[in-house]
Every structure is written in structure tokens, then in C-alpha cells.
Design a protein around this ligand. Structure first.
Ligand SMILES: *[C@@H]1O[C@H](CO)[C@@H](O)[C@H](O)[C@H]1NC(C)=O
Ligand SMILES: *[C@@H]1O[C@H](CO)[C@@H](O)[C@H](O)[C@H]1NC(C)=O
Ligand SMILES: *[C@@H]1O[C@H](CO)[C@@H](O)[C@H](O)[C@H]1NC(C)=O
Length: 287
């Protein structure tokens, strides 16, 4: 399976830069994780609080561009609030562990980036994650699984036990988040997303297909076999993306960047219009 190559992820990344002058350190990996947490914290906090990470109060970083308090049902607000608090804590946890080595959160686009990605996946225009429960879940689906697989991809590269313990503590929380999201989407799978007239199962599958396309084929939607063709019946669930042996699959930094940059790991864009901060950012100029 292609998955086994994920272990080489950080080596592949550095091999792209001819003889890099630096070696990847625990701090670099944790800063990469921090950048992912900045996106997640910004997405959920903006939705429930109306603002993202404040430079002073919520762990640092510019406000997300394009968001605003989301129109969500009271039930979903309660779930999103819990997740938002975890993500804000994760930004703080990583910052505390990194100390002076922590990078600032990057610029995050939580508005037009979603529209562009939904357009790429489904040919639709005007998709905005904050104007309904289902859109909010679909928007979060785009990055939640990426966080889980990125963290698992990073874990084997960590050398210090205390850093490993922190990442191993954050990883299952991200997996809980992804599982909550995938289950909520699965339960609404037969609904039609308006105004696009697209079934939820098919919408999710199209987003999954796009992630697979830009990320070396590694993605799994929420049903098996992949959605498409089932009309009124609930298909079998695939709520846990795993390798066939009950182990979650891994993504390399390159695969993560290709997805969150909106298509190309060396071209900042998508959720990170100015790229990630820290040296794992897709820039190959360090040699
Ligand atoms: C964060 O910033 C926003 C405006 O950018 C402000 O409305 C909000 O009160 C701030 N929150 C905290 C907790 O400082
Ligand atoms: C990404 O962008 C670089 C620089 O423009 C280009 O050389 C490369 O072919 C692109 N990769 C993909 C997968 O499109
Ligand atoms: C991006 O990474 C390169 C090394 O790969 C580094 O030289 C550069 O400073 C990084 N950019 C930011 C904004 O951190």
C-alpha cells in the first residue's frame, strides 16, 4: 500500500530541496502542527465567537479573513463551542511546549478559500461554510481528517519523549473531532445540500476525491463503497479512515500542504494565502 511511504514523509520533503542546510527538528514539526491548529482554532472560534485567535488573548495570530459568526442551530453551536475550545487550547499547548521557538499563526482564509475548493470539487459557486449547519460540517470535513493523518504522519519523526507525549495527547482529540464530524455528516447523508441540489453523501465524496487527487490518492470518504449510485438507501459507513488493519493512515507534510494550500504544496493559497509559518511550509529555497 502507498501508506507505508508516509513514514518517509519528512525525508521526502527535505529531499525536494537539494541538500538542505537544515535538519528537521521536533520544533519544526511542532510548528507545522501549530499551523494546522491555528486553522482549526480560527475556523471554530470565528464561527462561535465571531472572532478567531487574538494576538493577546487566544494564543496569537491575525484574525481569519472572510469569516464571521456562523448561523448554526443551537445544538451544533454547543458542539462547535466544545471543539473550538479544544483547538484554542491546542494552539496554547503547542506554544507552551515550543516556548521561544514557536512561530506566529499564519494568515488564515476562512471565506473564499472554501468557495474555491468547493468549486474545484463540484463546479459550484458561492459555497460559504458559515451559513448553515450542513455547510459548516462540510467545511470542517475539508481539514479535520487532514489534521489527524498529518499528526500521525509526524509522530514517528519526533525524537523527544515530552514532545511525543504532547502530540500523542492532541492526536486522539483531533480524531474525536473528525469522528464526530464524519458521524454527523453520515447521519445527514441522504439530505440534499441547497441551493446546489447535491446529496450530502455525494458532496462529501467529491471533497474526499479532490483531497485524494492532490494528496497522492490518500483519502477516504464516509461511506463504503465510495458514494455515487446509492439513491435512497443508507450505504455502509466508513467513519474511520484506516489502512485495512485498523490503523489510521498517514500524510506527509507535502500531502498536507497540497490539500490545505488548495492544490499545490509549493504554492501558498487555499486556507493559507501567505503560506504556513515555520520551515515546513513548502518553500524550497532553504538550500
Ligand atoms: C478578539 O478580537 C475581536 C476583534 O478582532 C474582539 O471583538 C474580541 O473582543 C477579542 N476577544 C478577546 C477575548 O479579546
Ligand atoms: C506546483 O507548482 C510548481 C511551481 O509552479 C510546479 O513546478 C509544479 O509542477 C506544481 N505541481 C503540481 C502538482 O501541480
Ligand atoms: C519557509 O521555509 C523556508 C525553509 O524551507 C524558510 O527559509 C522560510 O523562512 C519559511 N517561511 C516562513 C514564513 O516561515
Amino acid at each position: 500500500m502507498a501508506y507505508k511511504f508516509a513514514l518517509l514523509g519528512f525525508c521526502i520533503l527535505s529531499s525536494l530541496a537539494a541538500s538542505p542546510a537544515w535538519a528537521i527538528t521536533d520544533a519544526d514539526i511542532m510548528n507545522f502542527a501549530l499551523n494546522l491548529e491555528c486553522l482549526e482554532a480560527t475556523y471554530y472560534s470565528t464561527a462561535v465567537n465571531g472572532y478567531g485567535l487574538n494576538a493577546t488573548s487566544l494564543g496569537g495570530g491575525p484574525q481569519g479573513v472572510g469569516g464571521g459568526k456562523a448561523s448554526l442551530s443551537p445544538d451544533l453551536i454547543k458542539i462547535a463551542t466544545e471543539v473550538a475550545n479544544d483547538e484554542i487550547d491546542h494552539v496554547g499547548d503547542l506554544r507552551a511546549q515550543l516556548g521561544a521557538a514557536a512561530v506566529p499563526c499564519p494568515a488564515i482564509d476562512i471565506g473564499s478559500s472554501f468557495e474555491a475548493i468547493a468549486n474545484k470539487a463540484l463546479g459550484i459557486t458561492g459555497f460559504y461554510p458559515y451559513n448553515s449547519d450542513i455547510n459548516f460540517l462540510l467545511g470542517a470535513f475539508l481539514f479535520e481528517d487532514v489534521g489527524v493523518t498529518a499528526f500521525y504522519g509526524a509522530v514517528p519523526q519526533i525524537t523527544q519523549k515530552d514532545n511525543l507525549q504532547l502530540l500523542a495527547g492532541i492526536l486522539p482529540v483531533e480524531a474525536y473531532h473528525a469522528a464526530i464530524l464524519r458521524t454527523l455528516l453520515y447521519n445527514r447523508g441522504l439530505e440534499i445540500v441547497q441551493p446546489y441540489n447535491i446529496r450530502v453523501f455525494d458532496f462529501v465524496q467529491a471533497l474526499s476525491n479532490l483531497r485524494g487527487k492532490v494528496g497522492n490518492g490518500k483519502d477516504q470518504g464516509i461511506v463504503t463503497p465510495p458514494a455515487g449510485g446509492q439513491s435512497t438507501q443508507y450505504p455502509f459507513a466508513n467513519l474511520i479512515p484506516q489502512d485495512g488493519k485498523g490503523i489510521v493512515f498517514q500524510r506527509t507534510p507535502d500531502e498536507v500542504l497540497a490539500i490545505v494550500y488548495g492544490g499545490n504544496s509549493t504554492q501558498p493559497g487555499g486556507f493559507y494565502p501567505k503560506g504556513m509559518t515555520g520551515i515546513i511550509n513548502g518553500t524550497l529555497s532553504s538550500a
